[in-house]
Design a protein around this ligand. Structure first.
Ligand code: NAP
Length: 332
């Protein structure tokens, strides 16, 4: 309401001073943008090169993520520790983009992943330090299979972070992006030294239902997909003991996904939402070299759904994934 009153007031002033209608609209748009900023400095993400808003603020990223990208750009320096080759899926926005940027600024060789060429161009512009970008829409399982081949052409990675995810989409899309694609990539990509899977505390109310996974009309919920990916992390740790494999729940943080359903605030800290992934990927600090754990904010969290550690449920899920995708999981 206040915005409307302010706009009418500004239009009246502009009419009096004789601005053109384009100028009037620009000034009003600027004023509205200033009001919608969350940090009192809404222009801080304007890219002075003329590319539009920096880091996708208020388009593919929230203002909070764009501000955090700026923080990383200005503050993070190369580490003295060993440098790694790291792939982050879904690194064109949100936690994935923050993780990729932080690790790239630390001096690691980071390969990003985008759903298409346009989003690949966005991440190349946002993170000039990125070494390469692989492309594939994870909702299209043929594209995911091709993506696995393209990743293998780049060689073997030290760390792969399965971060891409969707919320509030139709069940078949959530199953494809959040569960089946990470499974296909895990199975077909050269085994790295470490795998990190992004889950959610919503997995606590999720289930592993093999019949639903193989159904032509799945009714899979977001919570179910996060139970799947947590169980996948635990199954990999059990079946491939030479590989470090963990699940991370980042908290409810202000990314585009965190603001789904019209939320404008979230309870958890954005930086803590990606630093566990950074800490595990670097694996130089105490506690960061374990496997088969469920993490929240750099600590092992014991409050997980017991089904993700149930070996019979894991095996039913892996068999259902294999049946659904035609890709089998190699057990050692
Ligand atoms: N935010 C939270 O509060 C929260 C809480 C718990 C767990 N998580 C988990 O954290 C992870 C990252 O979420 P976020 O909050 O950073 O979400 P986000 O800002 O929406 O970013 C999601 C990323 O996944 C990519 N992606 C989605 N669908 C894809 C597809 N079909 N093909 C290729 N890439 C695709 C997106 O690409 P585009 O940019 O092209 O869409 C984007 O890069 C997810 O696994 C999510 O479930 C988040």
């Amino acid at each position: 309401m206040m915005k409307k009153i302010l706009c009418i007031y500004m239009m009246a002033i502009l009419l009096l001073v004789g601005c053109s209608s384009n100028e009037q609209q620009n000034l009003i748009d600027n004023e509205q943008n200033n009001q919608s900023g969350t940090n009192g400095d809404a222009n801080s993400n304007i890219d002075e090169s003329g590319d539009g808003e920096r880091f996708g603020a208020n388009s593919y990223n929230t203002q909070e993520v764009a501000d955090e990208m700026r923080y990383i750009e200005e503050n993070i320096k190369p580490s003295e520790g060993p440098k790694k080759r790291i792939l982050v899926t879904g690194s064109t926005a949100g936690l994935g983009e923050l993780t990729a940027y932080y690790l790239a600024k630390r001096g690691h060789t980071v390969v990003a992943h985008a759903r298409n060429e346009a989003r690949a161009a966005d991440v190349r512009r946002d993170i000039p330090e990125i070494s390469d970008v692989v492309i594939g829409d994870l909702n299209d399982l043929d594209q995911t299979r091709q993506l696995a081949e393209d990743i293998n052409v780049l060689g073997t990675f030290d760390v792969i972070i399965h971060n891409a995810g969707v919320y509030g989409q139709p069940s078949d899309e959530m199953l494809n992006v959040n569960s089946l694609s990470p499974y296909i990539l895990t199975s077909l990509v050269n085994r790295p030294k470490q795998l990190i899977y992004l889950t959610s505390d919503q997995h606590l109310s999720g289930d592993i239902d093999a019949d639903d996974i193989t159904s032509d009309n799945p009714r899979t919920t977001y919570s179910d997909t996060k139970a799947h990916i947590s169980a996948l992390a635990m199954a990999v740790a059990r079946e491939w003991p030479e590989i470090q494999s963990n699940a991370v729940q980042p908290g409810w943080v202000p990314t585009r996904m965190g603001f789904a359903n019209g939320n404008t605030t979230t309870p958890d800290n954005l930086r803590e939402g990606y630093m566990t992934q950074v800490w595990l990927a670097e694996a130089t600090e105490p506690g960061s070299q374990v496997t088969g754990e469920y993490f929240f904010h750099q600590e092992i969290d014991r409050n997980f759904n017991p089904i993700v550690r149930d070996v019979a449920a894991q095996n039913r899920m892996l068999d259902a994934f294999a049946q659904k995708t035609g890709v089998s999981f190699t057990r050692d």
